[in-house]
Design a protein around this ligand. Structure first.
Ligand code: WTA
Length: 664
């Protein structure tokens, strides 16, 4: 521990409640505590406040249609276009202001600024090109792209013509791309030749092509962005057949204007595949009116975004955080959003602070895993830069431990910036549980109360509310505009995954329907919620959501593997890491060769983020007498914890054997 840390520890360790500074409160977008009561009394009409942040082509006639739960509809009868809301309506006042500040890798000369006028122009040109390629309203367009400006441009171009997008994280494997294109019957792909990681060019088109080979239907067109320029020639790609160069398409449509298609509020804006309990990823469906208003309202109320801000979210657009809080929320509000292509440690560990300094960022929204890494690297890195432009800090993706919270508060926020610890999910579309920064005190480690108008409660297995201090399950008892509408083409699974646990599924009374996000949580006397983590078979590695079943099926697909169980073990920086317990097939040795093939198998099936931290070979897995794998026990072993009662096991002796191996 450095001197700094010692001092921080001494002064902040005892403090468990922090007030927002007066300077922040004075200028905050929401500063009146009365909003909680107002929204509660006026629910669901309170959500007109969110809809009012958007420009509607046609007014909605109903705020909430809850006649067929859990298939709720919001702002029905209304029509709008997301791209017009993010671009066109800002042109008069903010046409020459930066919409996107793109910070590229590896060379600074790569940085690009898109003003609202420029972004509008390129979105129109590309929208025209997509139409030429045959993309029609409601055709799902898949994007397999890293953090390059053409990604938000493509998303907005699709939104403009009413084609839902499905963005697949660029770090996912070719197989993962194929699975998602197949699940959505997507006939269009937008990708790029490659991109930089820590200064080195990566061949992305190779992966995209492999993915395309696994698509089970005809793909009408693939658009390839030339990100690497002449440097990419080393990969030797030729575009052939239905593959088109993005630059050529845009050039051919120079100056084209495409009228934004008026979409029904409930029309799909995008699909996002996320991990669940079973191996098959879930296609979360978000709509135009509800989602966009939720992204905009939470950006304004929680991130305190105003048009003049330069707001920086370090997430990847390939995840929901980037959708809601790099693209849609900030652009709907007409602010400047900073988009960074690279990693926080290249060329040096002060990269994010250098960006905050250079662009005078006013907000920073990042993940606890990143903060833990910054902490480990030391405060000398932020100290190299002037961070005084920052007004607010945020975190998302996993619980933040009080020590990391306090480090962030002191070393990045200089004890002046409120921190919003925002709990939400791909499915919720946007933030649900967090402090309103100009209204509520902060308690490190606890996300805070539910947002006004959000009815989140902690219940026991029977659905009864539990008292303060006791652990239970987080539920949301009333619908909200940003919620997912269903799982794409799978209404049954939608009910099963999110509602069946606590609802009377035969009832058409909305009060009988309760949303279950699969998180454990507890609440304190002030109504602050501390989220404890997933209670299903999903693990959270560096804020990335991974299904253990997906990883297990990748491992079982490796030759020589008979059975596998995957759990999340604690990890200092990543939060959780993948531990794989593997039984080999007869005649196969559990050796380094197999271990390497298992790691490669997981990388191929999902991507490097799912890479096992440890592969542990074992002759058996601890199972109950009814044959269920005891995952809790495997987690305890991974974490080096005391093991509880193993007497219910069919094979208790195996536990000791596994433990010895993990400790080696
Ligand atoms: C976890 C990311 C504690 C939680 C936006 C949730 C959190 C899952 C927090 C969703 C937080 C997210 N505190 N846990 N502030 N934010 N989580 O879909 O387990 O990638 O269910 O959405 O992340 O992950 P997803």
């Amino acid at each position: 521990m450095g001197d700094d840390d010692v001092e921080l520890e001494a002064r902040l360790a005892e403090q468990d409640v922090f007030e927002p500074s007066e300077a922040f409160v004075e200028q905050a977008n929401v500063a009146d505590d009365a909003i909680y009561e107002e929204f509660e009394e006026n629910w669901p009409e309170c959500w007109q406040a969110a809809a009012d942040l958007l420009s509607w082509d046609d007014d909605y006639d109903t705020v909430l249609d809850d006649s067929n739960p859990p298939f709720y509809e919001w702002f029905t009868g209304g029509e709008l276009n997301a791209s017009a809301n993010c671009l066109d309506r800002h042109l008069d006042e903010r046409g020459d202001e930066a919409a996107i500040e793109w910070v590229g890798e590896p060379v600074e000369e790569d940085d690009r600024t898109y003003t609202y006028a420029e972004l509008h122009r390129e979105v129109n040109e590309f929208a025209a090109a997509l139409r030429d390629l045959g993309v029609g309203e409601d055709d799902v367009v898949t994007m397999y792209m890293p953090m390059i400006p053409e990604l938000p441009i493509a998303m907005l171009a699709c939104a403009r013509i009413g084609a839902p997008h499905s963005v697949v994280f660029a770090g996912f494997s070719a197989d993962a791309l194929a699975t998602r294109m197949n699940a959505a019957d997507s006939e269009y792909l937008i990708t790029c030749d490659g991109y930089y990681r820590r200064g080195d060019p990566l061949d992305h088109l190779q992966k995209a092509n492999e993915g395309l080979a696994g698509v089970d239907h005809e793909v009408e067109a693939t658009v390839v962005v030339d990100r690497l320029g002449p440097n990419g020639d080393g990969f030797g790609h030729d575009l052939k057949g239905t593959q088109h160069d993005y630059g050529d398409l845009v050039a051919a449509n120079q100056g084209a204007e495409v009228d934004p298609v008026a979409r029904d509020a409930e029309d799909m804006l995008f699909l996002m595949y996320t991990s669940g309990t079973t191996g098959q990823p879930k296609g979360v469906k978000h709509t135009t009116g509800g989602y966009l208003s939720w992204a905009a309202w939470t950006s304004q109320a929680v991130l305190d975004i105003e048009p003049d801000d330069t707001y920086f979210c370090s997430a990847d657009i390939g995840w929901i955080t980037g959708h809601s809080y790099i693209v849609y929320g900030p652009l709907a509000l007409g602010t400047t959003t900073v988009m960074y292509e690279g990693t926080p440690d290249h060329p040096d560990k002060d990269r994010l602070w250098q960006i905050v300094d250079e662009y005078e960022a006013t907000q920073l929204y990042t993940a606890p895993t990143a903060i833990r890494a910054f902490m480990k690297w030391g405060s000398e890195y932020p100290e190299r830069h002037d961070l005084s432009s920052l007004r607010l800090l945020g975190t998302v993706g996993e619980p933040i431990n009080p020590r990391a919270w306090k480090w962030y508060y002191k070393h990045i926020g200089n004890e002046q910036c409120p921190i919003v610890d925002t709990w939400w999910q791909t499915e919720t579309g946007g933030m649900m549980v967090t402090t309103l920064p100009g209204v509520k005190d902060m308690k490190p480690g606890s996300a805070g109360p539910p947002l006004p108008g959000v009815d989140a409660r902690i219940v026991d297995t029977e659905g009864e509310e539990v008292g303060a201090g006791r652990a239970g399950y987080l539920t949301v008892q009333k619908p909200w505009p940003g919620m997912l509408r269903t799982l794409y083409r799978n209404d049954e699974r939608y009910i099963e995954e999110y509602w069946a646990e606590y609802s009377d599924t035969d009832s058409d009374d909305p009060d009988e329907w309760v949303y279950f996000p699969e998180d454990g949580a507890k609440i304190d006397d002030d109504g602050y919620i501390t989220v404890l983590g997933r209670v299903d078979d999903v693990i959270n590695v560096s804020g990335h959501r991974l299904g253990t079943m997906e990883i297990e099926s990748a491992i079982v697909g490796v030759e020589g593997v008979a059975e596998a169980a995957v759990v999340g073990g604690d990890h200092e920086v990543k939060g959780e890491a993948v531990y794989a317990y593997v039984i080999t097939e007869e005649g196969h040795a559990g050796d380094d060769d197999l271990r390497e093939r298992i790691v490669a198998g997981v990388e191929n099936a999902i991507g490097p983020i799912a890479r096992p931290e440890q592969v542990i070979f074992t002759p058996e897995l601890p199972k109950t007498r009814s044959g269920k794998i005891m995952r809790r026990l495997l987690e305890d072993i991974a974490n080096g914890e005391e093991l509880g009662d193993t007497s219910t096991l069919r094979n208790p002796e195996i536990v000791e054997e596994i433990r010895v191996q993990v400790q080696d």
